[in-house]
Design a protein around this ligand. Sequence first.
Ligand SMILES: Nc1nc2c(ncn2[C@@H]2O[C@H](COP(=O)(O)OP(=O)(O)OP(=O)(O)O)[C@@H](O)[C@H]2O)c(=O)[nH]1
Ligand SMILES: [Mg+2]
Length: 440
Amino acid sequence: MKRCVIFSLAEDTDEMKALLDTLGVRVMREFVQRRERPHKASFLGPGKIDEVFQELEELEIDLIVVSGVLRPSQHHFLEMKFQKECVDRPGVILRIFADHAHTPEAIAQVTLAKLRYELPFLREWIHKAKSKNRPGFLAGGGYATDVYFEHAKTHARRIEQGLLELSRQREITRRKRREKGYSLVSLAGYTNAGKSALMNKLCESDVLVNDRLFSTLSTTTRKVKGIKGTILMTDTVGFIKDLPPDLVNAFNSTLEEIFYADLILLVLDASEDEEIINQKLATSLSVLQPRVENRTIAVIGNKVDLLSQGRMESVTAAVKKTIGDYELFMTSAKSEEGLDRLRERIAKVRNFDCEISATIPMTNESYSLLSRLRSISEVQEQVVGKSSRIFIRCRREDMDRIIGWLGTVGAMNTTGRSIASNGTSEQARDSTGSEGAPLP
Ligand SMILES: Nc1nc2c(ncn2[C@@H]2O[C@H](COP(=O)(O)OP(=O)(O)OP(=O)(O)O)[C@@H](O)[C@H]2O)c(=O)[nH]1
Ligand SMILES: [Mg+2]
């Protein structure tokens, strides 16, 4: 196990420690210097650097972790001064992503983010022309660094093109799903909030749930169970504060799966301190809001099994204050509390605002049509002698094609109508001239 020390400008290093725990790095000491801003040349101030230097002589460590974002010149200074590999917060996050990336797409995305992240540091080393002194990776002289720099740029461009193609393919898949009448719901939110655990409960799926950060990097889409019609749910990568912009951009094709859903479930861990909840909520909203346009966001306060009644009330009140008009659902993926209410909300994305009734003969063709209809609409059936009377609730855009399909299996007395959200009929459309019964 690698050992490190942390340099920080704030007392609260909990999240950095959780990141390092996920990465499998042991923290030997923390050096905190409260400052408004990092020192321009050395991150910590020169006095503190000298003090740390003395102390590090006694301590065996493999790397220095900076709980912040380093400029290339600061990075260069710290590595030269301490002769140790030095990693900042984006660097730590990138290493976790690299460890957890298993699908070809995730590997390509992480590689691209890593290349983009490293380029400014490489430029600095070339500029200083002292790379032969560099400890850790990429040591080996100015010439090698130069060659690596050029190679990295070409490599990054090639990956970018591959990812663009993947993004296009994802768009096609999304379009096909919509054409089939499927609705899409995505899970978004801070890492470790319980997105995958919720997905497993709602979809009876088996995706990885783990107490470490960024367990999920690639995207999984499954059908939501217990709801009529096909609603697909997508679980994907979580957010974190100060996510390196290179990483956000590299993961664009994955993040698009969140942004383009009909309903976005923004999950938070309701068992944390209210201040932390609000910070994480703000981070998640800052990623989502600029990209989601007019899509609906509902906030999910998860892990309520860990809350007392009193805490539940105060957390609910605090979250409501932050989220304004967004709906809030308090749930537990563990005890399943609140999941029925959440399912009811998810079911509403289907937006079934039309109803069709028809009488169909009980033939094999009718049965295969019925099973197709059940994937895009809500179907109820009453057997009347040798025929079936069916009542269908569907989306307005599917009404004509459903009536067409019913015609091909010999349906009689087919009636279609739009209904307002309160269930009253807005306009009737009778394809056979006879009045259809309202849905039971
Ligand atoms: N007590 C309790 N623990 C939960 C609940 N939901 C999830 N957890 C735990 O929280 C941890 C994180 O859960 P995940 O579902 O992996 O979280 P995630 O949001 O998918 O996290 P990443 O994929 O890493 O972004 C796991 O240890 C889960 O067992 C819950 O409702 N109650
Ligand atoms: Mg997950």
